[in-house]
Design a protein around this ligand. Structure first.
Ligand code: PGA
Length: 250
């Protein structure tokens, strides 16, 4: 049995005050021993403050990105060691917004994946196709390419000791959720791709769905056999909605 996993990706939203208020509300509702793993990923600048508020609770901390280099003259970057230092356990890697808006390709995503692992952070590796790729029939080849890049660079054990998030680009922030069947098909495809390398490891890896998941559709999505939770954007900014989503993962 894979333990369910729900992560909130706050993206570039909120103020110090709203971040603190949100996490206080989550900690109060989720308590110390939630039935699923629960993670919040605030903007870098709010990590330290949120870390103090989740300390000792059932909510863990993640970052949304990290530098591909270890340390040094990289103006504006944040290293994995710095994230670890402020209390992060997880880091999102290869989010589609990083891939499309900031030009992160498979090579850079793989490098960041390895860097995260070297620093003792657990990557949440995002993959997913655009609408054009889906409609042109390229969906499986795109996802296979994204998964294989990390499989080749890091190996199957490293991939399976991380978390994978399937996020169809056309569903992110659009209100157009993949149907549970569409999502399940891709999750099963990802798992089978990994199983070709190591069947037992593939059985254990958690694959989250992301893309307009919300309090109303989470339970159905999480009820699919290969969907092990969610990476939640917009709905993670409302404490009540995120708590409902976490409860749907229990
Ligand atoms: P969304 O974002 O839930 O707002 O669609 C998901 C994500 O980008 O991780």
């Amino acid at each position: 049995m894979r333990r369910k996993f729900v992560a909130g990706n706050w993206k570039m939203n909120g103020s110090l005050e709203s971040a603190n208020a949100l996490v206080k509300a989550l900690v109060a509702s989720i308590g110390n021993s939630p039935a699923a793993d629960v993670v919040v990923c605030p903007p870098f600048i709010h990590l330290e403050s949120v870390a103090a508020l989740v300390n000792g609770s059932g909510v863990s901390l993640g970052a949304q990105n990290l530098a591909d280099e270890e340390a040094g003259a990289y103006t504006g970057e944040v290293s994995g060691a710095m994230l670890k230092d402020v209390g992060c356990e997880y880091v999102i890697i290869g989010h589609s917004e990083r891939r499309t808006l900031y030009g992160e390709d498979d090579a850079l995503v793989s490098k960041k994946f390895l860097r995260a692992r070297d620093e003792g952070l657990i990557p949440i590796l995002c993959v997913g196709e655009s609408l054009e790729e889906r409609e042109s029939g390229a969906m499986e080849s795109v996802i296979a390419r994204q998964i294989d890049a990390v499989l080749t660079a890091a190996g199957v054990q490293a991939l399976c000791n991380s978390v994978i998030a399937y996020e169809p680009v056309w569903a992110i922030g659009t209100g157009m959720t993949a149907t549970p069947e569409q999502a399940q098909d891709v999750h099963a495809f990802i798992r089978s791709r990994i199983a070709a390398e190591d069947a037992a490891a593939a059985e254990g890896v958690r694959i989250l769905y992301g893309g307009s998941a919300n309090a109303a559709n989470a339970a159905t999505l999480f009820g699919q056999p290969d969907i092990d939770g969610g990476l939640i954007g917009g709905a993670s900014l409302k404490a009540e909605d995120f708590v409902t989503i976490c409860a749907a993962a229990a």
